[in-house]
Design a protein around this ligand. Structure first.
Ligand code: CA
Length: 371
């Protein structure tokens, strides 16, 4: 009897060990591979409809690789009122009104700049573009007025309360070493954020710009690219901050990669949503292509957004210390790369020279399929 009892106890113990081992075996199975983490992005833009800020925004907002955390609006192509209206219209069109928009800096750093800009251009020279963005028309009364005038309807959302610079600081600090900043406007918002909290640069993952003309002519003046030219003091402050990685898509590459009439037609046929069809019909580029099939159009900011989606679009770059000339003079706003010894306080940056055009065009068609 005693032996029988021991036999039962031993058998039960073996069975228990066996079942526990089965549980351990199940737990030891290799974990199911998780989807890669999305890249958290802040987009700082001088928004315009579609090309080029708008398309960059659509690429980021619709990519399954990206978590577009928010959009901050800065002066540049447009006044902040127009940029805000445009950002909101794009988000409505995409059904992504969950992405917050914050309004930011609406004047260049240099006092009286907007008032003196025509005189300045006479003194400092003209580049190969006559384009002047916000400097060429009066500031709208409000973002709502801008929205109603352009889109002939009422907005369904508005920008969030609070300054763009505070949103940038808060978001970077809540996600240390994770955020990619996509800076495709002038430098005002980022310079303001850095003044308030210089730690945000090193707490970011990286920053990517459409800005500058390093080994290439300027567009607005003979030496300066528009985004830097409008607020050189802000750009200098931003480029000298200690970001872990800075990548520039300057005119060096942007002005070598235009889209053609064939590309234009290929993109046009993909737009289905009336919100984007309306923008396309009113876009300056549409008119130029319809009048002249030999027209070519640059897509500037699109390249910076494309890099976030796939860094392998870069096929050639140089890595050098850089700076901005902020002395009010003939080369005000010129971006400079230093093959030799740089001035103290400058940082090194990746300056993109060539891209894989096929990859970028594929990204563009994917984005337009969602419009
Ligand atoms: Ca832009």
């Amino acid at each position: 009897m005693k032996n029988w009892k021991r036999f039962v106890q031993t058998t039960c113990a073996i069975a228990l060990i066996g079942s526990t081992a089965t549980v351990f075996a199940a737990a030891a199975k290799p974990p199911v591979s998780k989807a890669p983490e999305k890249i958290p992005v802040i987009l700082d833009a001088d928004m315009v409809d579609l090309f080029d800020d708008g398309v960059a925004m659509v690429m980021l907002a619709t990519s399954p690789k990206v978590d577009l955390k928010g959009i901050t609006i800065v002066i540049g192509n447009s006044w902040a009122e127009d940029g805000t209206a445009s950002a909101i219209r794009h988000l409505e069109g995409l059904g992504r009104t969950d992405i917050p928009v914050y309004v930011g800096v609406n004047r260049p750093t240099r006092p009286g700049r907007m008032e003196n800009i025509m005189e300045e251009r006479k003194n400092f020279g003209y580049g190969h573009e006559t384009y002047m963005g916000s400097c060429s028309y009066p500031e709208p009364a409000s973002w709502e007025e801008s929205y109603r005038t352009r889109y002939k309807s009422e907005p369904t959302i508005g920008p969030k309360d609070g300054d763009a610079s505070d949103y940038i600081i808060r978001t970077i600090k809540e996600n240390p070493h994770k955020i990619t900043v996509v800076a495709i406007g002038t430098g005002g918002n980022l310079a303001k954020a850095l003044e308030k909290d210089p730690s945000i640069a090193s707490l970011s993952k990286e920053i990517v710009y459409m800005a500058g003309a390093f080994l290439h002519a300027g567009n607005t003046t003979p030496t300066a690219e528009f985004n830097v030219w409008l607020d050189p003091e802000a750009a200098k402050k931003v480029y000298r901050a200690d970001w872990p990685k800075q990548t520039f898509f300057p005119l060096d590459v942007c002005e070598n990669e235009p889209i053609t009439y064939k590309d234009f037609k290929n993109l046009e046929k993909r737009i289905k949503n009336p919100v984007f069809k309306d923008m396309w019909e009113r876009h300056y580029m549409t008119d130029l292509f319809r009048k002249n099939k030999d027209h070519k159009n640059f897509i500037w900011d699109v390249l910076a957004a494309g890099y976030v989606l796939d860094p392998s679009i870069i096929t050639h770059e140089v890595f050098m210390p850089i700076d901005v000339n902020d002395t009010y003079s003939i080369s005000y706003g010129q971006t400079v790369a230093f093959p030799g010894t740089p001035p103290p306080g400058t940082q090194k940056a990746h300056i993109v020279q060539k891209i894989d055009r096929k990859k970028v065009m594929k990204m563009l068609t994917t984005a337009f399929d969602k419009m």
